[in-house]
Structures are given as structure tokens and as C-alpha cells.
Write a protein that binds this ligand. Structure first.
Ligand code: MN
Ligand code: MN
Length: 465
């Protein structure tokens, strides 16, 4: 190739490069330190309630105070509200009025899991089980024969609630869902993957040791209930008003001999939740516009409900802040920008045919910007405007953020959504951006450390823009 052609190629064509060929070497230790903190955040927050509590703990350590309606809202204030223990909204009040808009990052901290049913406890063939109802998109076969732990609350009629943690601490017993042995799996193995495992077989094995006399019945179930009663003071009826979630009993670990990746439960979307939170907490000075971090619940089941992104809880928080500055909420929203910080599907060479390689997200290519999500011709997507994408390109490039423009998969290959549409529906300019994930929604997902760190840098740049 002649030099002229080489030069023309460099000028006119986009040369995608691996992030390791572009990252500044001096940033690698900061990346590693960030990822160490992120792994601890994951281990401390395996459910939305635990993650919300851990997020608040980190925020309070950086001077964030609970916002109470009617409080003054001044430049430099660091405020948060917790929505019913399951979602957190934080704001660092900027130098400019909220009439100039806010710079928002919205991530979700709920992840696919197995919730206990309202009447969960039963005994069958002298074994005790909890029945579950899966939450979010799970491939059921991935959840059997792995150790599981249980977290959540039992709310009592007197208004108090009991925090449950079975398996979360070192040395605790764990639970498991059993599976058929291959020797007897001939018939099951003929079934399509989606139907071979029924939701009604996703039952947690709890105990096998009976109490009482041999002529008694239900002795294993009673023994389990006795243990729960001794530990938590609850009876079987109390499950009626409980939220108990079975999640993988695995801590976050480095993956790969080069330690370039992190394997863990719940990267979707705590990897972006942590980036959004940490970037806010790390702001060295008061931002020009108010920076807002949203850690939402219920994204995995459609963002409905009082703690989901469709809830007026967000509008109420913003309206309260705006009211303190005599700014109408609608004026703030139309000037605001939101990075909908959620994960995308990383290209997996084993399943190349579901991706469109020219528009797929690649591990180590940086934070993935996603103009649209949706399915069947972008249905359900907010489809960010070209100007919005250009704005983020500029902000990211000026801050040396490594990014890639991505799609979820092949046209008509499936689809998915994020909270982006619910933010955009509020008249807030919104663009999806997040970390590419391998094995998304599996009990153990994989991300690259470089992409985690670039996402953090990207969110920080947005807050500071
Ligand atoms: Mn997500
Ligand atoms: Mn998801």
C-alpha cells in the first residue's frame, strides 16, 4: 500500500482498536484498584436491598446526607433518598440552577434471580424445599446444581421486619436445586432447551433430617421451620409477607490467567450501577450542572412498580430539588441529559451467528454506546437522536474515554430493553451506554476490567460536562 493510500485510509476509515492498544499505561493501576473495589461492592450487594444499603454506606462516607422535603438545596450539597430500601437516588447539586438541566446516570441494581413464592415451604418424600418463582430473564438450566444463598426481609404485621441471610456468611449452609443424572436423562435430553426445565422444578433443597417420632408426618419441614423460628422468630404464615431471593453463593473473582476479566453474579447491572455511583462520589469539585445518579429496581421485569424507573419516585425527587430552586420540573427535564447505564451483550465467538460482527460489542473495546435497543424493528426503543449520540461522542473523546458503538445482536435475533425509554419519555435526552457482558443473565457473568473502568470514566465525564 502506498503511503498516500495509507494516509487516506487513516483519515477516512475508522480503525477500531483493542482498548489495550489505546489505554494509557499509567491508567492500568487505577483500573485495577477500581475493579478491586467493584468486586467488594458486588459481594456486599447480591440483592437490590443489599446493594442499595451498600451504596448508601459508600455515599454517606463521602458526605452524602438523606434529603428531607423542604430542605434547602444549595450548590455543592450532596443529597440522597432511598426508595423503600430497594432503589437509591443521589444528587450532587451543581453550580448552575436546575433550570439548566441535570446530568443523569441511570443504572439498575436488581438482577435475575429466584424469588420464593408466598407459600414456599413444603416437604416431599421426606425432603424439605422452598418453591421459587424466577425473576427476570433466566435460562433455567443454568440455575440447577450450583450453591445458592437466600437474602431478603420478612415483614411482620406489627410493622417490623426481619432481615434474612442464609448462606451469605462464611461457613453458612447453602441451598441447591438438584438435577437429573445423565444416566436417567435420556428423555429430558431430547427436549428443547427452553422446555427441558420447568419453572416448577426450580425448588431449593432445604433439609433432610426429621424430628419427632417415626409415626409423625411432615417431620423434615417442621425441623426446617423450627430452625427458621429459632433464628428469625418467624412462623410459616410470615412467608406471606416476605421478599426472599435466592442468588448464587459465589463471590466475584478474577477470570483469566491474565486476570483481565471479572466473573460474578449480578454484573447486569451493578457494573454500571457501581460506575454511576463511584463516579459521583469521586467528583473532585462541584459540577457545573447538578449530577444525579439513579440506582433503580425492577428493570429486569419491565421497570414497573413503585421502585422501578417508571415510578413517579424519580420525578418526585427531582421536583422537590427543583422546587427548592423555584424551577418547574419540566424546564429541568427538557434541558437534562441521561446516560442510561446498562450492560450490552459482548460478542462471544462460540455463538458468532447470533451477533452481527460489524455492530457487536467486543470485550476490551470500552464502554458500549447503544443508540437503540428494542426488538422487531426497534420496537420499545427510545432510539436516541443523532445529535444526542454526537454529544456523547464529543464528551467521551474529550475525556479520553474508550468507547464503541454497539447493537445487542442480529436484526430479528431477539431483543431487549433498558430504562432508556422511560427516561426519554420524560422529555430527557437519553442514550444507552454500558459494559459488554459475556453470559449475560447467567448466575456467573463475565466482564472485562478495562470496560468497567472506561464506563466509570464515561459516566464521570457526563457528570462533569
Ligand atoms: Mn440490565
Ligand atoms: Mn438484564
Amino acid at each position: 500500500m502506498s503511503d498516500a493510500i495509507k494516509e487516506l485510509k487513516k483519515q477516512l476509515l475508522s480503525g477500531k482498536k483493542n482498548g489495550y492498544d489505546r489505554v494509557k499505561p499509567e491508567e492500568l493501576s487505577a483500573m485495577e484498584a477500581y475493579c478491586t473495589d467493584y468486586k467488594a461492592y458486588l459481594d456486599a450487594g447480591k440483592t437490590e436491598r443489599l446493594c442499595a444499603a451498600e451504596s448508601i454506606r459508600l455515599a454517606e462516607a463521602q458526605g452524602y446526607k438523606p434529603y428531607v422535603r423542604g430542605m434547602d438545596v444549595k450548590c455543592g450539597d450532596k443529597l440522597y433518598v432511598c426508595n423503600r430500601g430497594k432503589a437509591v437516588l443521589l444528587a450532587h447539586i451543581g453550580r448552575k440552577s436546575l433550570a439548566e438541566g441535570a446530568q443523569i446516570a441511570a443504572a439498575h441494581i436488581d438482577s435475575p434471580r429466584l424469588d420464593l413464592k408466598p407459600n414456599p415451604l413444603y416437604e416431599e418424600s421426606e425432603l424439605a424445599y422452598f418453591k421459587t418463582h424466577y425473576y427476570g430473564g433466566v435460562r433455567k438450566y443454568q440455575w440447577v446444581t450450583i450453591p445458592l444463598e437466600l437474602h431478603g426481609v420478612v415483614a411482620l404485621k406489627d410493622g417490623s421486619s426481619v432481615v434474612v441471610n442464609i448462606g451469605g456468611d462464611a461457613g453458612d449452609p447453602r441451598m441447591v436445586i438438584t438435577d437429573l443424572l445423565p444416566h436417567l436423562g435420556a428423555e429430558q435430553s431430547q427436549k428443547p432447551l427452553g422446555t427441558a426445565f420447568s419453572g416448577e422444578t426450580l425448588n431449593l433443597l432445604l433439609g433432610s433430617r426429621p424430628i419427632g417420632d417415626e409415626e409423625d408426618t411432615g417431620r423434615v419441614k417442621l425441623a426446617v421451620m423450627q430452625i427458621l423460628n429459632e433464628k428469625y422468630g418467624i412462623t410459616e404464615d410470615d412467608f406471606t409477607s416476605a421478599e426472599l431471593e435466592a442468588v448464587p453463593a459465589m463471590d466475584a473473582v478474577d477470570i483469566g490467567l491474565d486476570r483481565s476479566m471479572i466473573g460474578a453474579y449480578g454484573h447486569d447491572d451493578r457494573v454500571c450501577g457501581y460506575a454511576a455511583l463511584r463516579a459521583l462520589l469521586d467528583l473532585e469539585e462541584t459540577p457545573e450542572k447538578t449530577a444525579v445518579c439513579i440506582l433503580a429496581d425492577k428493570e429486569e421485569i419491565g421497570s414497573d412498580g413503585v421502585t422501578g424507573m417508571k415510578s413517579a419516585a424519580f420525578d418526585t425527587f427531582m421536583e422537590d430539588l427543583c422546587a427548592a430552586q423555584d424551577v418547574p420540573l419540566r424546564v429541568c427535564f427538557e434541558k437534562s441529559f441521561c446516560l442510561s447505564a446498562d450492560v450490552s451483550a459482548a460478542y462471544d465467538p462460540h455463538y458468532a451467528d447470533v451477533y452481527e460482527k460489524r455492530n457487536a460489542a467486543f470485550l476490551n473495546y470500552g464502554v458500549g454506546l447503544c443508540k437503540y435497543t428494542g426488538a422487531r424493528g426497534k420496537a420499545g426503543a427510545s432510539d436516541a437522536g443523532a445529535e444526542t449520540v454526537a454529544y456523547v461522542r464529543r464528551v467521551f473523546d474529550e475525556a479520553d474515554v474508550l468507547w464503541q458503538l454497539v447493537e445487542l445482536g442480529k436484526v430479528d435475533g431477539g431483543g431487549g430493553g433498558t430504562v432508556a425509554a422511560y427516561m426519554a419519555n420524560r422529555n430527557i435526552e437519553t442514550l444507552d451506554a454500558g459494559v459488554p457482558v459475556l453470559s449475560m443473565h447467567a448466575p456467573f457473568e463475565v466482564v472485562s476490567k478495562l470496560d468497567c473502568y472506561e464506563t466509570y470514566k464515561g459516566v464521570k465525564a457526563i457528570y462533569q460536562a
